[in-house]
Design a protein around this ligand. Structure first.
Ligand code: MN3
Length: 245
């Protein structure tokens, strides 16, 4: 049995392991989301449920935000409530960049639900009705450089989103100074990758809960509609911040 002294030592070692986890420096514009701490709350959508009609329907937005996102937040809080208090002090970003330092009994729950909370908090901000609008300025230039043209980028991103097997996300990330498209399974976020330093600047949720009510099994139809509901100003802000970071 562990005596008090070795128990304290174990805690100190674990704390040391956390501070040694690779530090991910998040862009300034994202501080609000990345630096959130326990107890987590579902953020306001920031616009009415019907703001994205007809591209993303009102009922889907309502259930997606109020039920699905809320469930991730609730499950994350529950997992952390039962964990060592020092893990309650980690920000959302710190949790997701040091998953392997978390106790095994909460690691998967935190991975799925901190991921779900982070991804969805970003997702609501990625969305704004644009009626076919396109990126401009430096972001537009970077997309042309990386993918040939905006049309080629749309094609590649849509393809990546279509191909995600089961539930997951497709992301546009800044890796170093380059733009790349990368999928993640489940609620994983690119910031958790150990061998890459990717900053997600745009992402599409391709879990069925994000399109099934309107599009049933027709994921490509939802992906086509998504292009009319991207907040390019926010994506450009994230791009600029990631290039500075
Ligand atoms: Mn979702």
């Amino acid at each position: 049995m562990m005596n008090r002294r070795s128990a304290i030592k174990t805690v100190a070692l674990a704390a040391g392991a956390i501070s040694m986890a690779p530090k991910f420096s998040w862009a300034e514009t994202d501080t609000a989301i990345a630096k959130l701490t326990y107890p987590f709350k579902v953020p306001d959508l920031g616009y009415p449920y019907d703001a994205l009609e007809p591209y993303i329907d009102t009922l889907t937005m309502q259930i997606h935000h109020d039920k699905h996102h809320a469930a991730y937040v609730e499950n994350l809080n529950k997992a952390l409530a039962g964990a060592d208090p020092k893990f309650q002090q980690l920000s959302l970003e710190e949790l997701l960049t040091s998953l392997d330092t978390l106790p095994e009994n909460v690691r998967t729950t935190v991975r799925n639900n901190a991921g779900g909370h982070f991804n969805h908090s970003l997702f609501w901000k990625f969305l704004k009705k644009n009626d076919g609008g396109k990126p401009t300025g430096d972001l537009a230039k970077a997309i042309d450089t990386a993918f040939g043209s905006f049309t080629d980028f749309q094609k590649k991103f849509s393809e990546a989103a279509t191909k995600v097997f089961g539930s997951g996300w497709a992301w546009l990330v800044v890796d170093g100074k380059d733009l790349e498209i990368t999928p993640t399974p489940n609620q994983d976020n690119p910031i958790s990758k150990k061998d890459e330093k990717e900053v997600p600047i745009l992402g599409i949720d391709v879990w069925e809960h994000s399109y099934y009510l309107k599009h049933q099994n027709r994921r490509p139809e939802y992906i086509a509609a998504f292009w009319n509901a991207i907040n390019w100003d926010y994506v450009a802000e994230r791009y600029a911040a990631a290039m500075k970071g």
